[in-house]
Design a protein around this ligand. Structure first.
Ligand SMILES: [Mg+2]
Length: 409
């Protein structure tokens, strides 16, 4: 899209309070505060009438009442809010299938493909706001921008009932003097650490030396710098997309307790293959290998080994798992073995340097394809094919597809 307006962020205005005023007309136009059900509790959301009189989210009942003596407290009703939220998300999905439901009253929408259908991005925003108002009686604010970070900023620019667009050519000027803490994802902790480095505004953050940011914040340093420039790569993630994969792993309860190292290694290879096949299918790699072992008395322990670089290569994982095992003295046979990759990174596949690596990569891709089509283990490493040594038992938790977060140990 030529003007870069491809993401929309929609945020309901004073959502809980507005729902209450909607279902109970006697509350309309009055300062109300929605609280939790417990006695000692804080304001979750207040109506705009209450906000005008100084009531803020997070105040306790006493503070809020002192600020606004006419304030009416309403106990929150989650079922009611979820019901309305579901209806709103359905309306949004009527416009685009690419909707990331971010919270009960917020969503990101990928609008890059909608121009021909509903007009300009502002037209889409207007139409969406109108539909929601008609069907639920509620108002919302919409922000339109080239990415999620800027769209989230834009939706807050003109609340309530706002419709704002941040074009690429305006972003630099807009961020120049804005405090870093205004950006979504930069909380008080990072704000104060940046402050100690003399970085207070997004403009300063965007111009900060990448090496210094990296030194102070590690891997997120560069990301912070980009955020200061209004750059943000995370796409809109529709439902079903795992939010953030922390680990990819498999474990097996063995058909019988196992002492022999050679047999344990067979299982390690099998598990490594399962883990890496899944990582490759999702374009993910892991930096740390985690080995989990359990004795018959259910004592469970974990050993980790950091790799020199992220991988999803079966043999690399297997070698690391084997090496980890070789450093351990077992006091009993094993009942369960688990292998997982953690420190997951996305799409940072390194090009193989050597011919041998390239060949192995081709082989792995072919194996994945065949296993994907004919079921797991249609094709496997020859070491696994020796009949009586083949570990055949797969954990009941094993799923043929999808990245699953597992708890090990
Ligand atoms: Mg809201």
């Amino acid at each position: 899209m030529s003007d870069g307006a491809s993401v929309m962020h929609l945020d309901m205005d004073a959502f809980f309070a507005s729902v209450e005023q909607r279902v109970n007309p006697a509350l309309r136009g009055l300062p109300i505060a929605v609280t939790g059900a417990a006695k000692r509790t804080v304001v979750t959301t207040s109506s705009y009438e209450a906000r005008a009189l100084g009531v803020r989210t997070g105040m306790n009942r006493f503070e809020a009442k002192k600020q606004c003596p006419s304030l009416i407290f309403v106990s929150g009703n989650n079922a009611k809010y979820m019901d309305v939220s579901t209806r709103i998300m359905e309306i949004i999905k009527g416009f685009s299938p690419l909707v990331e439901v971010y919270s009960i009253d917020e969503a990101f929408i990928d609008i890059s493909g909608l121009r021909g259908l509903f007009g300009s991005p502002l037209d889409i925003g207007r139409a969406l706001k109108k539909r929601i108002k008609e069907e639920t009686g509620l108002i919302c604010s919409v922000g339109i921008a080239p990415n999620k970070l800027m769209a989230k900023l834009a939706s807050a620019m003109d609340k309530p009932d706002g419709l704002s667009i941040l074009r690429p050519c305006d972003i630099k000027a807009h961020l120049q003097d804005m405090p870093v803490g205004t950006l979504w994802g930069i909380g008080p902790n990072i704000t104060s650490r940046l402050g100690l480095m003399g970085i207070k505004t997004c403009g300063e953050l965007g111009r900060a030396n990448a090496g210094i940011l990296r030194k102070n914040f590690g891997i997120i340093g560069e990301r912070l710098g980009a955020m200061g420039r209004g750059e943000y790569k995370d796409p809109v993630r529709p439902a079903g997309f795992e939010d953030r994969v922390k680990s990819i792993g498999h474990s097996m309860t063995l058909p019988e307790d196992v002492w022999e190292r050679e047999k344990i290694k067979m299982y390690l290879l099998k598990l490594s293959e399962m883990v890496c096949a899944r990582a490759r299918r999702h374009g993910l790699q892991g930096r740390t290998v985690c080995l989990t072992l359990r004795y018959p008395d259910f004592f469970t322990f974990t050993r980790q080994r950091r790799l020199s670089r992220a991988t999803n290569d079966t043999h690399t994982l297997y070698r690391a798992a084997k090496r980890t095992l070789s450093t351990m003295r077992l006091r009993a046979p094993l009942r369960l073995i688990g292998v997982s990759l953690t420190g997951i990174v996305e799409g940072t596949r390194q090009l193989p340097l050597f011919t041998e690596d390239k060949q192995r990569e081709k082989l792995l891709a072919a194996m994945d394809e065949i296993n994907g089509r004919f079921g797991h283990s249609a094709l496997t490493w020859s070491a696994l094919l020796e009949p009586e040594r083949t570990p055949g038992v797969i954990s009941p938790a094993w799923r043929p597809s999808g990245v699953r977060k597992i708890d090990v140990g």
